[in-house]
Ligand binder design. Sequence first.
Ligand code: NAD
Ligand code: ZN
Length: 399
Amino acid sequence: MAEIERATRAAETICYLQRFTVAYEYPVVFTRGVFRPDNPALVSTISRLEPDRRHRCLVFVDEGLLRVRPGLSEEIRAYVAEHRDRLELVAPPLTVPGGEKIKNDLFHIEWMMGLVFDHRLDRHSFIVAVGGGAVLDAVGLVAATSHRGIRLVRVPTTVLAQNDSGVGVKNAVNLRGSKNFVGTFAPPFAVLNDLDFVELLPPRDKIAGMAEAVKVALIRDGAFFAWLERNAEALATFDPEAMAYMIRRCAELHMQQIARGGDPFETGSARPLDFGHWAAHKLESLTRHHLRHGEAVAIGIALDTRYSVLAGLLAPGADERVCALLELLGFRLWNPALQARLPDGSLAILQGLAEFREHLGGELTITLLADLGRGVEVHAMDTRLIEEAVSWLAERERP
Ligand SMILES: NC(=O)c1ccc[n+]([C@@H]2O[C@H](COP(=O)([O-])OP(=O)(O)OC[C@H]3O[C@@H](n4cnc5c(N)ncnc54)[C@H](O)[C@@H]3O)[C@@H](O)[C@H]2O)c1
Ligand SMILES: [Zn+2]
């Protein structure tokens, strides 16, 4: 400290450089029957720092999940009753709207914060969020900001939430139509992935979540890509073992990126795991969210893979291989919004590039492919080649 003071001392100005690092650690558990009374995963992760304490918990459950598993709140109550020496519910499990609805109105955030206040949760208490990525994002924001941070346990219940969003460090809600405008980086206390929940999803949502696995395999892990190819049929029919491995490996690769990628809280200009996402985000809004996130990502992956070939970064033929895998998994790699044009004649999806940069600030950074399993960052994309890649997808779509 003194040295810095001397080095920067000039006239009346003294500058101290404050510096510290904080280590984060949280278990990510893969299990089945997480609320079966004889499953110790939840109670042992919650009490891992203070085993002799009775932990106070406030539980929020996704309404859409309750529709397919109506007895869930009762199961949670029974679980806590079984472990009453270490767990306590401050209120019966509370139902919250599922999907984007919970993220689109701050009313829900304030309502949840009110409950945190009313039940006098403190920074050693627990908020447990059970649901899809949207519910985890909204409840996560409440947990991260109430009392400046209450311990959050996530129980993700969709493929996407289990293999991607739920194991990460972000939360957010939408404001004025701007997606994820209000949010924080806040690692959870623990994550418990239960495959039983995924099996309740409609086929369309099971398929959509697999796009993130193809994405992360393509940029990080060629062996995983080959595994996905070998197991495409099993995945397309939702074979439980194949689904379990796909989710686990995808989650693991996302966790490695956060821990070892050097920028867990995204202060730089790159979002290395967002391969295929600049077009995907735009396609989601152009189709007014008729496309699921994963469905848009699959198209974005196909587009950027073809682009990588056209730009000379990736060997010809690799694009066809990637498209074949996505189609085997059940994705359709075409949507008319790809060819939507603005009044000036340019492709509407190109706005996605500008929006991608604006979200992060700084220089445009897009991940493309150098190989099936190796991403490469570029700082500009050629409009002409994007047009060509779109035409290629249009051609493929024709029988
Ligand atoms: N925080 C992050 O890092 C991050 C990363 C990617 C995506 N996200 C966010 O995640 C959200 C999307 O999450 P999602 O794909 O999990 O979908 P979702 O949360 O929107 O849920 C989709 C629907 O499925 C229902 N549902 C949840 N679990 C179910 C189950 N087991 N069976 C049947 N229905 C179930 C929900 O009620 C909802 O109606 C978006 O808001 C996105 O912004 C966040
Ligand atoms: Zn995604």
